[in-house]
Design a protein around this ligand. Structure first.
Ligand code: HXC
Length: 258
C-alpha cells in the first residue's frame, strides 16, 4: 500500500512506519493521521507483523498538529468532525505493541502521539513539549491527561503552562521515555527491542499490553484482579508449557502463539 505521508516497511515481523512530511516537520494533518490509522490497523491485522515501530525523521518525530490546517476552523466544525478522535481511537485499538522511536521535536500532538504508543525510545536529540498554550489552545489528543500520568502534576503543569521543551535526559529522568540512546543508534536499538518482542509468544505479548494499560483505566484493586486472572488464564496455553519446559531444559523457548 502506497501512502502520501508515510513510508511503511514490513520485514522480519516488524512493521516500521515512518511519518514522512519533511516540509512540515511531520506536522499531523488529517491525511497523515488518516493514513496512520489505516497503516496501524493493517499492521495489526497482518499475521506477519509481531511488533510495530513508529518513527519520524532525525529532525522531528512530529512538530504537532498541522497549525495551517487547523487555523481557520471554528468550534462547530471541530466538534462535528470530532477532530482527530476517530484516528486516535484507531491507534488505541491496536493490540500489537507499538514502540515510538523519537528523534528531534515531539511537540503538541507529536508528543501526544508518542505517548499513545506503548513505550518511547528517545535519541539524545529528542525534545518533548506541549506548546499549545502559545497558540491560544490546549492539548487535544491526550496531553493534559497522559503527560500528567507519565511525569506527575508539577512537571505536566510546568510543560503545559509555560510551553517549554523537555530534553531527552529530563524526559528519561521523569519517566516519559523508557531509554535514551545516541541519535545514530536510535533505529538500531529500537529495532532490536522490537525484534526481542517479536520472539515472544504473541498471546502473552497482547496480554501484557492489556494488563499494563489496565493500570491507567481502573482502580488498583480491579487492575490486580485483572492481572491475576490473565496470569491464571495463560496456564491454558501451549506457550506457557513451552516457556517453562524450556527454562528447565536450559534451552530457548520456541513459542507458537497458542
Ligand atoms: C504546520 C509546521 C508545524 C506545525 C512546523 N511547521 N511545525 N506546519 N504545523 N505544527 C512547518 C513550518 O511552518 C515550516 O514550514 C517548516 O515546518 C519548518 O519549520 P520551522 O519553524 O522553519 O523550523 P525551525 O525554525 O527549526 O523550528 C522548529 C519548531 C517550530 C520549533 C518545531 O517549527 C515550531 O515551533 N513548530 C510548531 C510547534 C507547535 O506549536 N506544535 C503544537 C501544534 S498544536 P514553512 O513552509 O512555513 O517554512 C497541536 C495540538 C494537538 O499539536 C491537538 C490535536 C487535536
Amino acid at each position: 500500500m502506497a501512502y502520501e505521508t508515510l513510508i511503511v516497511d514490513i520485514s522480519d515481523h516488524i512493521a516500521l512506519i515512518r511519518l514522512n512530511r519533511p516540509e512540515a516537520l511531520n506536522a499531523l494533518n488529517s491525511t497523515l493521521l488518516g493514513e496512520l490509522a489505516q497503516a496501524l490497523t493493517e499492521a495489526d491485522r497482518n499475521d506477519k507483523v509481531r511488533c510495530i515501530v513508529l518513527t519520524g525523521s532525525e529532525k522531528a518525530f512530529a512538530a504537532g498538529a498541522d497549525i495551517k490546517e487547523m487555523a481557520d476552523k471554528g468550534f462547530v466544525e471541530m466538534f462535528q468532525e470530532d477532530f482527530f478522535a476517530p484516528e486516535t481511537e484507531a491507534l488505541l485499538r491496536v493490540r500489537k505493541p507499538i514502540i515510538a522511536a523519537v528523534s528531534g521535536y515531539a511537540l503538541g500532538g507529536g508528543c501526544e502521539l508518542a505517548m499513545m504508543c506503548d513505550f518511547i525510545i528517545a535519541s539524545d536529540t529528542a525534545k518533548f513539549g506541549q506548546p499549545e498554550i502559545n497558540l491560544g489552545v490546549v492539548a487535544g489528543i491526550g496531553g493534559t491527561q497522559r503527560l500528567t500520568r507519565f511525569v506527575g502534576k508539577s512537571k505536566a503543569m510546568d510543560m503545559h503552562l509555560t510551553g517549554r521543551f523537555m530534553d531527552a535526559e529530563e524526559a528519561e529522568r521523569s519517566g516519559l521515555v523508557s531509554r535514551v540512546v545516541p541519535a545514530k543508534k536510535l533505529m538500531e536499538e529500537t529495532m532490536a527491542a522490537a525484534a526481542r518482542i517479536a520472539e515472544k509468544s504473541q498471546i502473552t505479548v497482547k496480554v501484557v499490553k492489556e494488563a499494563v494499560n489496565r493500570s491507567y483505566e481502573t482502580t488498583l484493586r480491579e487492575g490486580l484482579l485483572f492481572e491475576r486472572r490473565v496470569f491464571h488464564m495463560l496456564f491454558s496455553t501451549e506457550d506457557q508449557k513451552e516457556g517453562m519446559s524450556a527454562f528447565q531444559e536450559k534451552r530457548t523457548a520456541q513459542f507458537r502463539d497458542r
